[in-house]
Design a protein around this ligand. Structure first.
Ligand SMILES: [Zn+2]
Ligand SMILES: [Zn+2]
Length: 133
């Protein structure tokens, strides 16, 4: 079981199952959302995740034209999780919000077309120029 929380602790998630997938994303929307060069995201079955605390939702349209709903803490602004209309049974969790340096490494790297030139993960990470879905 893993936990995730925002910077102030008001928004907390409990994940009752291991992540199905861990992926890094270099898209420009993730760069702006996180304020850093790329995001690292863990994907769980929605029914395996308990959410406690209020969120503010920011909805944006993905490259595939479907809505993605980002949920962030209204007090401290940390984005902790998100849901995509294209994959309603899955919830994405910010790996940084789990705050566990032993957390599994990403096995996929997506949107490499906008990857910062100095970022490199090694050969065990599968790379895609855009999204998987
Ligand atoms: Zn917070
Ligand atoms: Zn992204």
């Amino acid at each position: 079981m893993a936990n995730a929380q925002c910077a102030c602790g008001a928004l907390r998630l409990t994940m009752r199952e291991p992540a199905k997938l861990v992926a890094a994303c270099h898209c420009l929307a993730c760069q702006r959302r996180t304020g850093t060069a790329f995001s690292v995201n863990a994907f769980y079955a929605s029914e395996a995740v308990e959410i406690a605390g209020a969120t503010t939702e920011f909805t944006r349209i993905s490259d595939s034209g479907r809505n993605v709903h980002m949920h962030f803490c209204p007090a401290c602004g940390s984005t902790v999780y998100w849901k995509a209309d294209a994959a309603p049974a899955i919830i994405g969790v910010a790996v940084g919000a789990i705050a566990d340096p032993a957390f599994p490494a990403p096995t996929l790297s997506v949107f490499e077309k906008s990857k910062h030139h100095w970022v490199s993960f090694g050969e065990e990470v599968e790379c895609f120029q855009t999204s998987l879905i």
